[in-house]
Design a protein around this ligand. Sequence first.
Ligand code: M6R
Length: 609
Amino acid sequence: MCGIIGYVGSRPCRDLVISGLERLEYRGYDSAGLALPNGDGFTAVRAVGNLAKLKAALEDVAGDATSGLGHTRWATHGRVTHDNAHPHFDQGGAVAVVVNGIIENFSSLRRELQAEGVVFSSETDAEVIPHLLARAYEGDIVEAVQKVLPQLDGHYAFVAMHASEPQRLVGARHECPLVVGVGDGETFLASAIPAFLRETRDVMNLESGEIVILEADGVTVLNGQGPIKRTPETVDMDDDAAEKAGFETFMLKEIHEQPQALYDTLGDRLRPDGNVVLDDFGLDDAALARTERVHIVACGTSYHAGLVGRYLLEDWAGIPVHVEVASEYRYRTCLAGPGDLVIGITQSGETADTLAAMRVARERGAHVVALTNIMGSQATRDADGVLYTRAGLEIGVAATKTHTAQIMGLALLAVKLGRLRWALSGAGAADLGDELRRLPELLQQYLDSPHPAAVAEVAQRYANHRFFLYLGRHVGVPVCFEGALKLKEISYIPTEAYAAGEMKHGPIALLEEGSPVVTVATDGHVFDKVVSNIQEVRARGARVVAVATEGNEQIAEHSDDVLWVPRAQPLLSPIIAILPLQLFAYHVAQTLGLNVDQPRNLAKTVTVE
Ligand code: M6R
């Protein structure tokens, strides 16, 4: 959470910093700011709101400084105000700092500094850093950072500059991410690679605990022992992903990118005979075959993908699967151990709770694999193995294409484990392989059909309801959880999602005349049961919107509106059934005039617990 960027070089950098922040805005957008050295301290501009506000505030500011730092904030400590926006400064205005993360012992540090006469100008935890650096400064900002780091507890990354050393930036990271971009006579430091991808593809990753010194013509990395050698690697990433490509929003573009994301995630991993090859998994086939249990840990949408994965792994591989939100898993007694496979699902590879849960399981001796979309992310570095989704950069805060790609990744694993454990025959695996291969085309057909427009029309009619209940059974349950999450996070309408069989145990009391109930009623062995639940809610006056399989005319009799999807293998139906629910949430939010790419209070990457 929060995006930070720094630049040192020879080009005027105000616009470079802003362009970097634009590519980091998905990490937080409640306020933003930058600091540019001006020969007599810093020119600092901060603004509440998204980057458009900062840009407006910058109109009269000279842009000729050749170094600077910027920040886009997701508030943790301190309200969303101008004073709490970064950069923060010491009292003399000589030290400028931008911070991502949390300084957990900030209260005691703040008291200590106040006792020495320091006056704080914000409510943030971050502001202790510039004051500590100013106190430690004896003419060298690097030495000051080295003195201050042992005083800080928490998980953070920061970039600091001293006004009397304006051609030098110092960065430090403890758990939160920080990457270096090495250009020709210029260097960048940022929370994520896209921030500087337009300028350079030569990247250096930093490890937790390291300090980095940036100058125009070079980068020095230090660990506790002194300087260490680090060579930049050239990354193969697509900068176009940061553009909307003619779509109104990133979310809509990313919904439409799902066929490609599935196609790329399959890649050449699935062989014609149904064999699955997972490079980088970190376990050979014999060891994988001996796996006794699978634990899946994740948050939010990734957790919902994990819930779908459980059905696939249990059914196709006959292996027991435990799925849990990472924020709970990390604090329970962990019973994973050698022989267990723990999968941390995190599209960003940075979610603090998921990383912590993976760490706990790894310490217990389990084999830990990161299922992630971001190459080189922290999850990939903390895990024993990696299974990449290849969905391309996802910018919309509401996850869409990474969700379906995660299910595809889990499906591949389920087929592989199924073969290794003899739960699937060769022919069975080949048939499932055909079903998986069909999915990208199926999703494309759906997106090219009249169905999405029909979803928009239904969504516009329902947009003014103040509560939605989502009901489904079996694999339809996680689809409901995910559909309901999409609606609440971008439209702010309260939703409940339940296993339909649980409805009579409480949630049915919420229904009144006209209450909308969204049901996942795709074809499968629980279809008739779902229809019975639909009857029960309609008997109480509810209006039913059903996601159903094309050609199943029976459902039309039982529902007020139907969102049709093409037929898929029943266990894979979540990959297609979620599309109308993503679009439904999207069009409700659009009808209400909300910013779907930047929903309030949220950030794309949750690096604090
Ligand atoms: O990067 P991760 O997959 O670890 O993120 C997990 C959640 O924060 C994320 O899925 C969140 O729930 C999304 N906003 C959902 O749209």
